[in-house]
Design a protein around this ligand. Structure first.
Ligand SMILES: [Zn+2]
Length: 393
């Protein structure tokens, strides 16, 4: 890029920075502006200080790889020793390297080519067990085998919530632009970084346990971004506002964000990919109300954490029940296996492959749903044609 050359000539400071780093930053700026002009995004903010930069493939060299540390040669900066979190000795092809600041520490993340080392994903027909998961607030994850994972609430438990609000208050009481304010901001950032790391580690543990449970992992297709939207204002018709429960909703949003559901989902997707296990996303509609035994849907069946089907007296913990419904909706059925799913008869067919998520549709499930009068037929809409086939089976 010519801009880079101009920059390097105009200012001494730029000449010291590696050309690739400058180029990637200019590319980022260019993307921000084209997003603004072409895609209707907001005007780019002025960034006073960059907290991350990246080197293009082939720039960074690793030397002196030991068990706990290694040295990276960063062009324009020099050799930097770093603590490595995993085995680096097998890396052959080092791609883009990103250096970023997190909570006062500098981290290096390396993109590595791993072609050939991932197993093929097992076809759904050959899988022998399935686990459905339901993420929630009281229990972080409920599994369809009846077990739970506790919600540790890293940032919203009483102790840390108090500490975070103290740190935030300390910032707002310092004079703007003062050194003390910067110090207070750093303190808060460090605290948040610590919590994020804790949440991350716990998510890995939870995801690992879930993936090891069964051959197929079923989860709900949640729109988490939509779930944590602000409460809508309610107008009272006189130019004022009615109570809309905004502060309660804000509190709930904070708890949902703290649980880190999508964090767990991403980790499950990766661990399942490494283990060659398919992850199936199913529609989430009425998963908390539908009975896994008789498919009856009734608001009255649910009472807090208890679930008692008004039609067939099936009882379970409400979250466990939701996870069983999730597992069921995949459409895989396994006879003589009480641990995973109750018996059903059905033909399993794959309809569509996506990159990580596989959607499976079961004709038998569709037929059953058609006979019971319930509003869940919405998500079975694609199967109108296949229903005819299944009724002749
Ligand atoms: Zn029932």
């Amino acid at each position: 890029m010519k801009v880079t050359t101009q920059l390097r000539k105009s200012l001494d400071n730029f000449a010291k920075v590696n050309a690739d780093v400058l180029q990637s930053n200019i590319a980022k700026l260019d993307k921000a502006f084209s997003n603004f002009f072409e895609n209707g995004k907001g005007y780019p903010q002025f960034i006073k200080r960059l907290d991350s930069f990246e080197y293009k493939p082939g720039c960074v060299k690793l030397h002196d790889i030991r068990k706990n540390y290694a040295t990276a040669y960063l062009p324009g900066i020099g050799a930097i020793k770093f603590h490595n979190s995993r085995d680096l000795s097998t890396i052959q092809d080092l791609r883009t390297c990103t250096i970023k600041r997190e909570g006062g520490n500098w981290c290096i993340s390396m993109l590595v080519n791993l072609t050939g080392s991932l197993p093929d994903i097992k076809p759904l027909e050959q899988c022998k067990s399935i686990v459905g998961i339901d993420v929630g607030i009281n229990k972080l994850v409920a599994l369809s085998d009846g077990s739970f994972m506790e919600n540790k609430r890293p940032a919203t438990n009483i102790r840390t919530a108090r500490r975070l609000s103290m740190r935030q208050r300390a910032i707002s009481r310092k004079q703007k632009g003062s050194l003390n304010r910067i110090k207070a901001i750093k303190r808060l950032a460090k605290q948040n970084h610590k919590l994020a790391q804790y949440r991350n580690g716990y998510s890995w543990q939870a995801a690992s346990i879930i993936v090891k449970t069964a051959d197929v992992i079923a989860r709900e297709d949640l729109r988490i971004k939509n779930m944590i939207k602000r409460a809508k204002p309610k107008h009272d018709g006189k130019g004022g506002y009615k109570r809309n429960g905004a502060s309660r909703k804000t509190g709930l949003n904070r708890v949902i964000a703290d649980a880190g559901w999508s964090n767990i989902f991403n980790k499950i997707a990766w661990l399942a990919l490494k283990a060659g296990k398919p992850v199936v996303e199913v529609p989430a509609k009425y998963s908390s109300l539908e009975c896994p035994k008789c498919r009856h849907i009734d608001q009255k069946s649910r009472e807090g954490e208890k679930y008692l089907c008004v039609a067939c007296q099936y009882t379970a913990h409400a979250d466990t029940k939701a996870s069983r419904i999730t597992a069921r909706r995949v459409g895989l059925v396994f006879p003589n296996n009480d641990l995973t799913l109750p018996t059903d008869c059905g033909k399993v067919t794959l309809s569509r492959y996506q990159s990580l998520v596989i959607e499976a549709k079961n004709y038998a499930l569709g037929a059953a749903n058609r006979n019971i009068h319930c509003p869940t037929v919405g998500y079975l809409g694609d199967m109108a044609e296949t229903l005819k086939e299944s009724s002749s089976l």
